[in-house]
Design a protein around this ligand. Structure first.
Ligand code: C5P
Length: 223
């Protein structure tokens, strides 16, 4: 059976990465978290005090940056920035609150696009992000658009953050997510959209197990 490419897009906190990881594990595929790549670049920009609103400054940053996703088993992505593991640091709220500004830049997106296509070139991948079905892998055999109500997404994000030791109230988290989605949807280059050929799933009232089952049934039709 030829390994296929599976694209999962959707707004922040829709459960994409949890579901994508589980699917990759069950299919024996590689999971690629593209959001982590934008986060890694943002982490460096903030740490080294680059001006993230300035294209020249981002150009300099890209010239001096190396981002790699290394595999830990099939499904745990370890993100390396300039050869250093930054998997945990890139989840900081400070990074979440600035990443969409960095991700607006065309040159940043072109840089990531090359890396992401290279990683997916052999097939057998589950890739999640915002522009996977529309731009990165337009020929993916199966495309999903996962979403959920803002309230459900904020609650999930809050639980995720708490596990990592970051505490914030639900309202603030919901506001931050809504702002990030707005920037991602309204940007000029590869905005977050639902592709016409993507299968739409509202995960608000489903458990992770239920969502994984729904996706698996759809994928089986293509295998
Ligand atoms: O998936 P995650 O929430 O970690 O993504 C962080 C941010 O990275 C998104 O809000 C978006 O601004 C950017 N991103 C993107 N394109 C992707 C993946 C993520 O612009 N394919």
């Amino acid at each position: 059976m030829k390994p296929i490419k599976i694209a999962i897009d959707g707004p922040a906190g829709a459960g994409k990465s949890t579901v994508a990881k589980r699917l990759a594990k069950e299919l024996g595929y590689r999971y690629i978290d593209t959001g982590a790549m934008y986060r890694a670049l943002t982490f460096k920009a903030l740490k080294k005090k680059y001006n993230i609103n300035d294209e020249e400054s981002l150009k300099e940053l890209l010239k001096k940056t190396n981002i790699e996703i290394r595999r830990n088993g099939c499904c745990e992505n370890q993100i390396y920035l300039d050869n250093k593991n930054v998997t945990y640091e890139i989840r900081q709220p400070e990074v979440s609150n600035h990443v969409s500004i960095v991700a607006k830049s065309k040159q940043v997106r072109d840089y990531m696009l090359d890396l992401q296509r290279q990683m997916a070139s052999q097939g057998g991948v589950v890739m999640d992000g915002r522009d996977i079905g529309s731009v990165v892998l337009p020929n993916a055999e199966v495309k999903f658009f996962l979403t959920a109500s803002l309230e459900a997404r904020a609650k999930r994000r809050q639980q995720e953050l708490e596990k990592k030791g970051y505490y914030s109230d639900l309202e603030t988290i919901a506001e931050e997510i809504a702002l990030r989605d707005k920037i991602d949807q309204e940007r000029e280059y590869s905005p977050l959209i639902q592709c016409p050929d993507a299968i739409y799933i509202d995960t608000s009232n489903y458990t992770i197990d239920e969502v994984v089952e729904i996706l698996k049934k759809e994928i089986e039709k293509k295998l």
